[in-house]
Design a protein around this ligand. Structure first.
Ligand SMILES: C[S@@+](CC[C@H](N)C(=O)[O-])C[C@H]1O[C@@H](n2cnc3c(N)ncnc32)[C@H](O)[C@@H]1O
Length: 292
């Protein structure tokens, strides 16, 4: 699907992620590129890796890795519009031989068991049944491969007022994206990884993304394209009643989570990475074995 111009009425019927794709938003840039780079380092992505990105959105990160690491990468997303944009991005960068995009559901990945060296997802798994999704990611991962997620997290101990406001933000966002969004703690993520049978789990927490990370991102995307995205967004917020009604409250939610002093200090972006255990040969009797 190409990003052809839609009427205001058509735009007002788009779901939240299709709307952001329509705006041309390259990435949900909560943690900055620094966090993503930390994830890729921890997952050991290099030119030999075959990588899967789950919920790749418009393919910004998948294309960036394919270019930087010179590896093969597949991006999947449930949104046809996101995948359309991702394919256009890969084509315009001339890297279609390295990166492929297809529509698919994270809960039912269209790949054989043990297909990828690395599977990662950023700001996606929080929207799904964590244990089921992580088990599915692990299924398509080769034994000894890395599984990694980047997610917004909340601290365990939060004063009542801040907790109440964060709950309000979660409700607003869940309504806008039509999915259940509940922030969890790093400990909870670790236990979901453990439940999915992932081992050697490490987490890293990043709080307060520095402004220079946003500036770095704008530099990569380009000032004019960034301006166009912001302009398109503001245009629809002001002149499109349907968009305003459905998506304006998300600004308040983002402010609570990311900028309001007495709530944002309890929120951060975290990485959780672990290994799919390598196959062990259990010797049953001399000369025969079972692959575990
Ligand atoms: C917050 S965005 C993150 C996109 C991208 N990972 C990024 O960091 O910019 C969440 C993405 O997950 C996708 N998504 C939601 N549910 C999904 C599912 N069940 N399977 C695959 N993708 C899904 C949405 O379409 C959207 O592109």
């Amino acid at each position: 699907m190409s990003n052809k111009r839609l009427s205001r009425k058509e735009v007002s019927h788009l779901n939240y992620y299709d709307f952001t794709a329509y705006l041309g938003m390259p990435l949900f840039q909560f943690g900055g590129l620094k966090v993503a780079e930390d994830l890729f380092r921890r997952c050991g992505i290099d030119e030999k890796s075959h990588v899967l990105e789950v919920g790749c959105g418009t393919g910004f990160m998948a294309c960036r890795i394919a270019k930087e690491k010179n590896c093969r990468i597949v991006g999947i997303d449930i949104s046809e519009r996101m995948i359309g944009m991702a394919k256009e991005r890969a084509k315009s960068l001339g890297i279609e031989d390295k990166v492929t995009f297809r529509m698919a559901d994270a809960k039912d990945l269209p790949f054989e068991d043990n297909s990828f060296d690395v599977v990662f997802a950023q700001f996606v798994t929080v929207l799904l049944d964590k244990k089921k999704a992580l088990t599915e990611y692990k299924r398509v991962l080769k034994p000894g491969g890395f599984l990694g997620v980047v997610e917004i997290f909340r601290d365990t101990l939060i004063p009542y007022e801040a907790s109440r406001d964060i709950l309000e933000a979660e409700k607003i966002l869940s309504e806008a994206i039509e999915l259940d969004l509940r922030l969890s703690t790093p400990t909870q993520w670790k236990s979901w990884f453990t439940d999915a049978g992932v081992q050697k789990i490490q987490t890293a927490e990043h709080k307060r993304v520095p402004v220079r990370e946003t500036l770095k991102f704008i530099k990569i995307v380009g000032v004019l394209p960034t301006f166009k995205i912001v302009f398109r967004y503001l245009y629809h917020l002001f002149f499109n009643v349907g968009v305003r009604r459905r998506f304006l409250p998300t600004n308040r939610a983002k402010k609570i989570l990311l900028r309001r002093r007495n709530t944002a200090k309890y929120i951060g972006v975290m990485i959780c990475v672990g290994l799919k255990p390598a196959k062990k040969n259990l010797v049953v009797s001399r000369g025969s074995s079972i692959n575990l």
